[in-house]
Design a protein around this ligand. Structure first.
Ligand code: FAD
Length: 517
């Protein structure tokens, strides 16, 4: 935890979901701010989904000064080492997007040689990392003796969203954050447009210097009050609804997958996430391509047996983001700032990214006293967040637009060039003749780095025919040696890592370490 530092003034957060409480915890515990108030309405409640995360969550949690075991227990968390995609390319295929970087981070040098390999070859992911073998063996990413938040494999977590928000609330309150239960009924603005105070339905007034809008899809401050426009991306990313269920394990000691399983269906895909006591399963679909009843049939077919008696919960969402996410003394974080479907778990990761930037920009920007500095920070924040959102649209669309499925209108429409952003079309046109290179990316703005593009492109069976042949690319012998090293290392990697459930039981205080092998 950071010692006392100058504060940008009184921070008021509206909303107590993951965005609100992660903001409160970060401001109070990581950034050491002393005057933080959060207003939430239990009458409205939180969205209560968002169970898959990104590896950045580990440094976020470490920054909050919490222990990994305490977090795993409190949020009912499990380990996630990537996403296994089933049926996305042809309907009968399967590939893994691992969190591990390719061996030595040298995938640009290795890739042409993998592309030029004749005959049978391991998948690209299997050629450059042992992680797929680790997950298929049901192993954890770390061992009992590894320090908190680190291990031989790169990893994130799955957790229960409601329990995670509760946990963040507990640690925020312990760090001095004030919580006000109540419904914001009116937002008071000053002459210059800045927000001055919130009035609650019971008449209480909450004043502040900086207002953080974490009010979810309602976007109470940034949208309703300040009128920031919404940039819709529904013509590119079609999914706009989800049906979610919590399905009990069929037995208490059932194995828990250390990855998210994302299975493609007629008009969308299901997430399947293993938690200690249950699975979180949801069908994300396009209402333009299937009815709610058809979606429920798909979900029930998927969960069978085990979910027959359960009633799914429906969630509707607009895909896109706010034109400006920081206006005057208001910053939108979480669903109020924007949302894309949950493929690749970008929701919570964007909250983390926004908080890192706010941490860097808010203090130098000061409070209302230096408006010019604050507005400069806002412009920079808006440019950077917009660029991130745009690039995430591009990366998510990649999962769909190179499909070879033609079985339903959903998949045909997804491959229709009219739905593919122009910059992605340009890149794909080049990637047919050369693999992606660092010059295709502005790395600071990317959430997904080139290795992730490689995993998706070549996992989906995208064809790159090297223009000019392999002769242009030196290092063939080294590449073959590197692939052989990975293949040779996988057995040891698997045998040195414990069973996923056994490690979780131990870290959650349910099994002595001697039994975790
Ligand atoms: P909410 O949880 O909706 O919180 C809004 C808060 O604002 C609530 O506390 C509410 O009471 C309060 N509020 C609103 N209006 C008022 C008012 N007038 N007065 C007082 N309080 C008010 N993200 C991931 O990273 N991984 C995933 O796997 C993932 N899966 C998802 C699946 C689906 C179907 C959806 C829709 C989203 C998913 N997300 C996922 C996104 C993730 O759920 C959100 O990013 C995250 O939960 C943050 O939500 P939030 O806090 O912004 O909003």
């Amino acid at each position: 935890m950071t010692a006392d530092i100058p504060s940008p003034g009184r921070i008021v957060i509206v909303g107590g979901g993951t965005a609100g409480w992660l903001s409160a915890a970060t401001f109070s515990r990581t950034l050491g701010m002393r005057d933080v108030t959060l207003v939430e309405s239990s009458e409205i409640g939180i969205i209560g989904v968002g169970e898959g995360t990104f590896p950045t969550i580990r440094s976020t949690l470490a920054g909050l000064g919490v222990g990994e075991g305490e977090f795993l227990r409190s949020a009912d968390a499990t380990f996630k080492q990537g996403v296994l995609f089933d049926g996305w390319a042809t309907g009968a295929d399967s590939y893994f997007h691992p969190f591990n970087m390719p061996i030595g981070g040298e995938d640009e040098a290795l890739l042409p040689h993998w592309l030029a390999m004749e005959g049978q070859r391991a998948s690209w992911a299997d050629s450059v990392t042992v992680q797929e073998r680790v997950i298929r063996a049901g192993r954890a990413p770390k061992r009992v003796q590894d320090p908190d938040f680190s291990g031989p494999m790169n990893y994130a977590y799955h957790f229960d969203a409601a329990r995670f928000a509760d946990y963040l609330r507990t640690i925020s309150l312990a760090a001095g954050v004030r919580r006000i239960e109540g419904m914001v009924a009116h937002v008071e603005q000053r002459e210059d447009g800045d927000i001055a105070a919130l009035t609650l339905r019971d008449g209480r007034r909450v004043e502040g210097d900086i207002f953080i809008d974490c009010s979810g899809f309602r976007a109470l401050l940034i949208g309703k009050t300040l009128g920031s426009g919404f940039v819709g991306c529904g013509d590119t990313l079609f999914n706009d609804r989800a049906l979610a269920m919590q399905v009990p394990h069929d037995r208490p000691d059932a194995p828990i997958r250390p990855y998210t399983l994302a299975t493609a269906h007629e008009a969308g895909w299901t997430w399947d996430i293993g938690l200690p006591e249950r699975r979180g399963i949801g069908y994300v679909y396009s209402s333009r391509h299937c009815s709610d009843d058809e979606a429920e049939t798909v979900l029930r077919r998927y969960v069978r047996p085990g979910g027959e008696a359960l009633t799914p919960r429906q969630l509707r969402f607009a895909t896109g983001y706010r034109e400006r996410q920081w206006i005057g003394n208001c910053i939108a974080i979480g669903l109020s700032a924007g949302f894309f479907e949950p493929l690749e778990s970008t929701g919570i990761m964007l909250i983390e990214a926004a908080l890192r930037m706010v941490g860097d920009f808010l203090l130098p920007a000061g409070s209302a006293s230096d408006t010019a500095a604050r507005n400069a920070a806002a412009r920079r924040f808006n440019r950077l967040m917009t660029a991130r959102f745009e690039r995430i649209v591009r990366f998510l669309k990649l999962h769909y637009c190179i499909t070879r499925r033609t079985d339903t209108a959903y998949w045909r429409d997804n491959a229709d060039p009219a739905s593919i952003p122009a910059d992605l079309q340009d890149l794909l046109a080049q990637w047919r003749h050369r693999p992606p290179s660092r010059f295709d990316f502005t790395v600071d703005l990317e959430t997904f780095l080139p290795p992730s593009y490689h995993y998706i492109l070549y996992g989906m069976g995208f064809e790159t025919r090297l223009a000019g042949g392999i002769g242009r690319y030196p290092g063939g012998q080294e590449a073959r040696a590197a692939f052989a090293r990975v293949a040779g290392a996988s057995g040891a990697a698997v045998s040195h890592l414990p069973d996923h459930r056994a490690l979780l039981d131990h870290l959650r205080g349910r099994q002595p370490s001697a039994r975790v092998s």
